[in-house]
Ligand binder design. Structure first.
Ligand code: PFF
Length: 450
């Protein structure tokens, strides 16, 4: 029972939490976004800054978010309100919970569209579309998909439907079962693709692109992008980890579990880069293609290589698994809130949240075709939502979590919840000073104010 008297789900074990949280963290952010951001922001230096953001900002905030969730044991909005009450702080803090629920919701609206592209490609690849196809056919396929709102809508609907079905089955029956099945498969497929990449001609070039640091290529904006990506990839600042933490049994070590999840997430992002760039360079393709990297550039490589149909199919199954285990985490805070506060059954809560999110996703679908002229702050609808969430709302949400856990919550409470012994002395300055200062500095720098 929670403080509010409602029955709240619980993971069956520590491993179940680690798998589900890794499922949330490892997603299109690793397989699609990290590689294309890396391509656009010049490679090695971006990787280094990204790693620094994960270690110095992401990990301490992940621990803070999990601890707030476990202590509050409710959806993010109620958790923030209850914990603020306990700390004698204003209930305004519940808006930090709101910010998170809203960010998850906005992200899922476009995430489902891109995941839909992966499903479309999965079927294309498995159907042998690249067998004997020319590079021109492969290039056109992506353009055709982007130009066809109806086809994108069908895939978007299927993906959102699958997400709703899983989430409506609940924490241990739905989320836990699906992630337990898919995550090992995902890791296995990625390793297979990596083994292939090691044997390509472009391996050395790919590795040097990934790991050779050239700071001249870094700008203020790319620092912000790296930080936003760390939040996005770890799934922070939006209540997902908070709500997953709220299902965490007592006495599971938050520090150790968070470190494992952050480590796995980072490893998968790097392994995805290692699987993709050598193949891109082997076929003399352009790494800085933006969001089309895995849908446009990579299939051009698959067309030209032996076994392309097999590798292409495996790659898109991997992307689909990664996407769905993250999508359920994106929608869970809204579902938990609707079922705990609005008195809806889990099924209804999932269906309502999914439908509203689906509708918003139509905006993203149209931003690639009929609505591409419609711009906000110089960005189309998809780019705007992505910028608003990843570069503004997530760092802001993370900043609030850090301030709350570091300054508002009583020291005894965080110390008791984290149970990290002497290590607590390292976490505390990170969450009180380093993480908030870094978020603010990077943000002001990117805005040209510093
Ligand atoms: N971390 C996921 C990814 O890298 O694709 C995206 C995500 C999932 C973000 C869950 C936030 C979240 F709550």
């Amino acid at each position: 029972m929670t403080a509010s008297g409602k029955i709240h789900g619980q993971w069956s074990s520590r491993l179940a939490f680690i798998i589900a949280a890794s499922g949330s963290a490892i997603g299109l952010g690793n397989i699609w976004k990290f590689p294309y951001l890396l391509g656009e922001n010049g490679g090695g230096a971006f990787v280094l800054v990204y790693l620094a953001c994960v270690l110095g900002i992401g990990l301490p905030i992940m621990m803070a978010e999990t601890l707030l969730g476990r202590r509050g044991r409710q959806n993010p909005i109620n958790t923030m309100a209850t914990l603020a009450g306990q700390a004698g702080a204003s209930r305004i803090w519940r808006y930090a919970g709101w910010l998170g629920v809203l960010a998850g919701f906005l992200i899922l609206s476009y995430y489902s569209v891109i995941a839909g592209w992966s499903m479309a490609y999965l079927f294309k690849m498995a159907g042998g579309f690249i067998d004997g196809a020319s590079t021109e056919t492969a290039r056109q396929a992506f353009q055709e998909l982007k130009d066809a709102p109806d086809r994108q809508l069908i895939w978007h609907t299927l993906f959102m439907g699958a997400t709703v079905v899983i989430v409506s089955r609940g924490v241990s029956d739905g989320i836990e079962k699906v992630t337990r099945l898919m995550m090992p498969g995902l890791l296995l497929m990625l390793l297979l693709l990596d083994i292939h990449a090691v044997r390509t001609e472009g391996f050395a070039e790919g590795m040097s692109f990934l790991f050779k640091v050239d700071f001249d290529k870094l700008t203020g904006e790319s620092l912000l992008i790296a930080m936003g990506q760390a939040f996005f990839s770890l799934g922070l600042g939006m209540g997902s980890i908070m709500v997953y933490g709220s299902y965490l049994p007592a006495h599971v070590s938050i520090a150790r579990s968070s470190a494992i999840v952050a480590g796995l997430d980072t490893a998968v992002a790097l392994l995805a880069g290692i699987a993709i760039f050598p193949v891109v360079f082997t076929h003399h393709l352009e790494p800085g293609m933006g969001p089309g990297l895995i849908f446009e550039t990579l299939p051009l490589a698959f067309v030209q290589m032996p076994g392309g149909t097999l590798f292409g199919t495996v790659f898109f199954i991997l992307a689909f698994f990664a996407a769905i285990t993250s999508a359920i985490a994106l929608i869970e805070p809204a579902v938990a809130w609707l079922s705990e506060n609005a008195g809806l059954s889990r099924q209804r809560a999932s269906a309502y949240a999914g439908s509203a999110c689906w509708l918003l996703g139509v905006g993203t679908v149209l931003s690639f075709n009929r609505g591409s002229d419609l711009t906000l702050a110089g960005r189309n609808f998809f780019e705007f939502i992505d910028f608003l969430t990843a570069d503004i709302m997530l760092p802001a949400g993370g900043l609030l979590v850090a301030i709350f856990a570091g300054w508002v919550m009583k020291r005894e409470h965080s110390e008791e919840e984290l149970e990290m012994g002497a290590w607590y002395c390292y976490w505390r300055p990170l969450i009180r000073y380093l993480a908030p200062a870094a978020v603010v500095i990077i943000f002001l720098h990117a805005m040209g104010l510093l």
